[in-house]
Design a protein. Sequence first.
Length: 338
Amino acid sequence: MVRLLARRSVGIVWVLFGIAVLTFVVVQLIPGDPARVAVGPEATPEMLDQARADLGLDRPLAVQFGRYVVRLVRGDLGTSLLTRRPVLADLVDRYPATGELTLASILLSALVGIPLGVASAVGRGRAVDHLTRLVALVGVSLPVFWLGLVLQWVFYGQLDWLPVGSRLPDGVPVPGRVSGAYLLDAVLQGQWSALVAVGRHMILPTVTLSTVTLALVMRITRSEMLETLPKAYITTARSKGLSEWRVIGVHALRNAGPVILTVIGLRLGTLFGGAVLTETVFSWPGVGLYAVSAVENKDFSAIMGFTLTLAVLYTVINLAIDVAYGWLDPRMSAEAAR
């Protein structure tokens, strides 16, 4: 396991360096002048020249990249041209909102998708199988942006059952910051009215964000269970008189677990970036909405900071999946360490 972690850690360093290079190049190709954004559209040529000098944009690209890498090593992601704050501080403020939404979506996908996938496999060819496969197909096919708008129109615009926009309604005090995740902070501080309000605000964006993941979890669970159920050890377990619930829940699902865990883990990393559309539709103040605002305003430091932190998060999640996979199946850990 130690060798596996060491090898993966070295690989992560190279991956992050490659992403840093790619991000720097792509940002240079984006039309627009950061100096113009910094000083405003009415700036004089002299003011623009001074802003370019202050931002280091008058230096050769190689020098700019070198300074960029040095700042990254120091943990400095630059200063946002839009908020005038360190990008890292902006992201620290906004990642809890995205993380809260993402984890809620993953939890919903697992709690609903795994049982439905198991039911579909056990009832193969029956009505429950056809229904769950149809639900999975629809879930994968629905555009997130469109689904979010429809849910808003139905449950907020027509029925007025659920709120949209922001994380809390006006008049409800924000829970004291412990983690930045309002649900957790409300529980830790016993602010139950805030907990209910945050939960109601999270329902529609959580359902929207979880739709594709839920469908994928259903499909992969069904596929793995169909492959596992005919195996000899399942037949042996049944011949010993074990209940069907124990055979399926303990023996079959446990052996299908590593693949399901991998899919869920990979989707967790994807959802942090994929939350951009959901956060935009619901005005959810997370890193996705921050990234959209950065692109619209050509805030290059914020764009690069968002991209790099997302890459770090994704690689760390992948490393955690490798560790969990090795714990569930030591043979995989031994093979990967060779």
